[in-house]
Design a protein. Structure first.
Length: 129
């Protein structure tokens, strides 16, 4: 298990030049912090319309310093239960967050994000940058 599980905001903020996100990425690359990433997050990042070749190369390079945090059957069950209890009109918007929160909970990892609000109904172990 890693120290942190990163979400898409870390990468998006890094691409935009955010100093806090750059600091987290630097600590990961320097080996001061171990990080994991879900394939769900990678899918989310590569699905962005702003993805260009330069961003793809940067993201791919950063990924080499992270371990994969797969979305397991147990995490699927947990996320499904959380989504089932969410407001019907919010379920679609919250699916990614429930899935990532369930992954972090199962692995005992802290979610590293600037945007903890969508996770707050599901999980409370965060670190901000």
């Amino acid at each position: 298990m890693a120290d942190i599980l990163v979400d898409n905001t870390l990468f998006e903020d890094f691409r935009k030049g955010d100093g806090g996100a750059k600091g987290v990425i630097d600590t990961i690359i320097d080996g001061e912090v171990t990080a994991a990433i879900s394939p769900l997050t990678v899918f989310h990042l590569w699905n962005e319309s702003e993805m260009d070749r330069r961003t793809e190369i940067a993201y791919s390079s950063i990924l080499t310093f992270m371990e994969e945090a797969p979305f397991t059957i147990a995490a699927s069950r947990q996320a499904g239960l959380w989504i089932a209890s969410a407001e019907a009109d919010q379920r679609g918007r919250l699916v990614y967050f429930a899935m990532l929160a369930a992954t972090a909970k199962e692995r005992g990892e802290v979610i590293c994000t600037r945007n903890s609000n969508p996770y707050s109904s599901f999980y409370s172990n965060f670190t901000a940058y």
